[in-house]
Design a protein around this ligand. Structure first.
Ligand code: HEC
Ligand SMILES: [Cu+2]
Length: 481
């Protein structure tokens, strides 16, 4: 009897809370359409990684958004050009920040120099095609339509002109944020990051203007997977920054067209994730899934200095196709949270006779040796793109605090035999390159003497290095020392 009563009361509480939840949701849903708008305001639009000013406590307004479509050439990675189609001149397109109840008057203009008609489908719109039908616009024309933001959340927008996949693959996507009444809680830093996959006629790293490859796109065989439109979209000068102790909020979208992102930040745990960009908040998350055409808001406090690495944890995309970004955190160390390396020892399970870096099978000598300097450069570049690129990056720029630069490297240029030794024997321990210290491990590279000669010749004759020519004989000499 006692048990029965208990069960009954639990059931009752359950029913009560369920109905009240439902009521709330309904109230909100119908109410947002009724929120009155006061006055007009021109929307601030920003290009990535920046976001416009938070809405804070402002009242709902008639918000004027003027978006211009530009078809323009840009760089996917060093020397690889691509004709991007953009909303507002950037990939992803301009960030739009609204609040629930805003009446957005959206004008889409298609620049007269453009070649194609376009339109926009905003996932924040309740209405046919998310605005696509009303916004279809030819070059040299503009279209205006308006919609009310009914549901708070982070939404993707994209072009929906046929062939839709091609317009998205060329960079036509971005994010629109609808903040709840009273705005999102304030944080110290906010950034805009969006993943996209690219399909080029040439393979990854092949230079020149690369046309879009429809067949690869259909087969979902991406040559590049990147954040913010290019391999360097979030590294080097484009890296994000924060100070120890700050709270960071990332608005992360995935334009696709094809691939789902396993979004992860190496060296952080998301304190909060607004799952799929909606109202549900999950806590203490390592990796969050962001579907193509979806978004997520992640928040974390940065506690220790260093470089956090944003990746798609489908990890070959990060290290081989470009889906890698950096958030540089400056400030004081906190040894309680992270000690750094405490000690390093040599681990020799099979006795002190084995002191080399791990090796795999024997090295296969290449069949056709290079016959000229130009051939050395050509073969060397191929080796570079296959073996060195993942760590030292496309332009030899390296990754701060992780992989030293080969571009303009004083370490490299000081001693050619030492550089040959690095490639054939590997390298570990502290080194200084261009004033920065690195203390990491590069394993012995399993490539033939010809390939070592070619790749180093390529490196020495690129990116401002000393133009040394390395021969097979020089490599053999170092090997036999
Ligand atoms: C898996 C990552 C990785 C790969 C692949 C790799 N390196 Fe390195 N490389 C490193 C790291 C890490 C260091 C620094 C090692 C240290 O701190 O002692 C380094 C150092 C070097 C240096 C000396 C420092 C400098 O910047 O001048 C040279 C030269 C170099 N690498 C060349 C190459 C070449 C050429 C290839 C391709 C054949 C290659 N590396 C492939 C990770 C890599
Ligand atoms: Cu388009």
């Amino acid at each position: 009897m006692k048990h029965f009563k208990l069960a009954l009361s639990i059931l009752l509480i359950g029913i009560l809370s369920f109905t009240s939840c439902k009521e709330n949701a309904k109230k909100e849903g119908s109410n947002t359409a009724e929120i009155p708008v006061s006055r007009e305001m021109i929307a601030e639009l920003t290009s990535p990684p920046n976001v416009p000013t938070p809405v804070g406590r402002r009242k709902a307004k008639k918000l004027i958004v003027n978006m211009e479509i530009l078809e323009q050439e840009g760089e996917l990675t060093g020397g690889v050009k691509y004709m991007y189609w953009t909303f507002g001149g950037s990939v992803p397109g301009s960030f739009i920040r609204t609040r629930v109840g805003d009446e957005v008057e959206f004008t889409l203009s298609n620049h007269p120099d453009n070649k194609l008609p376009h339109n926009i489908d905003l996932h924040a719109v309740t209405g046919p095609g998310g605005g696509a039908e009303s916004s279809f616009v030819a070059p040299g024309h503009e279209k205006t339509f308006s919609f009310k933001t009914l549901n708070p959340g982070l939404y993707v927008y994209h072009c929906a002109t046929a062939p839709v996949g091609m317009h998205i693959a060329n960079g036509m996507y971005g994010l629109i944020l609808v903040e709840p009444e009273g705005g999102l809680p304030p944080v110290d830093k906010e950034y805009y990051v969006m993943q996209g996959d690219f399909y080029t006629k040439g393979k990854n790293g092949e230079r020149g203007l690369q046309p879009f490859d429809m067949q690869k796109a259909v087969d979902e065989k991406a040559d590049y997977v990147v954040f913010n439109g290019s391999v360097d979209g979030l590294t080097g000068d484009n890296a994000l920054t924060a100070k120890v102790g700050e709270t960071v909020r990332l608005y992360v979208g995935n334009g696709g067209p094809n691939l789902v992102s396993s979004f992860h930040v190496i060296g952080e745990i998301f304190d909060k994730v607004h799952v799929e960009g909606g109202e549900l908040i999950n806590e203490n998350i390592q990796t969050t899934l962001i579907p193509a055409g979806g978004a997520s808001i992640v928040e974390f406090r940065v506690d220790v200095p260093g470089s956090l690495v944003l990746v798609d944890h489908s990890i070959f995309r990060a290290f081989n196709k470009g889906a890698l970004g950096i958030l540089n955190v400056e400030g004081e160390e906190d040894k309680k949270i992270y000690s750094g390396e405490i000690r390093e020892g040599i681990y020799l399970p099979e006795g002190p006779g084995i002191q080399n870096m791990p090796t795999t099978d024997e090295i296969v000598e290449s069949e056709i040796p290079a016959k000229s300097f130009d051939e050395q450069m050509k073969f060397g570049k191929q080796v570079y793109m296959q073996t060195c690129f993942a760590c030292h990056q496309s332009e030899g720029q390296g990754i701060p605090n992780a992989f030293p630069p080969l571009a303009n490297s004083d370490y490299l240029n000081a001693d050619v035999n030492r550089a040959i030794g690095v490639v054939v024997n590997g390298l570990s321990g502290e080194i200084t390159v261009n004033g920065d210290t690195y203390n990491s491990v590069m394993t012995k590279q399993m490539i033939s003497s010809d390939d070592v000669a070619n790749v180093l010749t390529y490196v020495y004759n690129s990116w401002g290095n000393s133009k040394e020519v390395v021969t097979k004989e020089m490599v053999e000499k170092v090997k036999n020392q």
